[in-house]
Ligand binder design. Sequence first.
Ligand code: SF4
Length: 225
Amino acid sequence: MRANLIEIFKSIQGEGYYIGVKQLFIRFSGCNLNCYYCDTPKSSEICLDYVGNKKILNPVSTSYVQELIDESKVHSICFTGGEPLLQADFITSLKKTRPFYLESNMTLPEKAKKLRFVDYVAGDLKVKESGISDYQTVLENTVKCFRILKNTRKRKTFCKIVLPEKFDEEEILNSAEQIRKYVFGFVLQPVFGSRLEKILKLQDKMIELADTRVIPQVHKYLGVR
Ligand code: SF4
């Protein structure tokens, strides 16, 4: 099996509850959404392998990725994107010789069903102001995805909410209410330039639903990938 990748690299996790753990990142290209703050290229003919220091032509084979996974002494393998759920079959075809960590926009429930075996889920709750279309359907699918990949004794699932400068507090609280029983906590992640005061006010209310932390993207401050 093969998949289109943007890059493969080792670094620390820079977002959410697992900030600082060492991971091997497998970044897929392609996404079903179109958030205005997205910084991931849509596609690339070449995959940059920073571990092997090589440029490889897309699509990349399962065996190539498996070898890197097997050789990596890391906390976990982070599947990110783009949207990794679009590549659920590719991920399923890999052997889990290290824990698997899924970073997803949580909008593709049928694909999510295939990845119940992952060990960590960092799932997004998108806000309307992200600029995505058909928001109601996106939200319904998000709740379904969290139900499918919910936090269990074997799988650690949390929800990340990227907060643009403007957001509707009531709407976020209503959506979080639908998700809270499937996660061990929420992370409020400000987009650069967002007003912290408003975010701290939202945190005060969300704490009543579940553990809620305000955590920016740390890898950008550290200047690492
Ligand atoms: S879900 Fe992620 S990868 Fe997809 S458009 Fe939004 S920010 Fe980009």
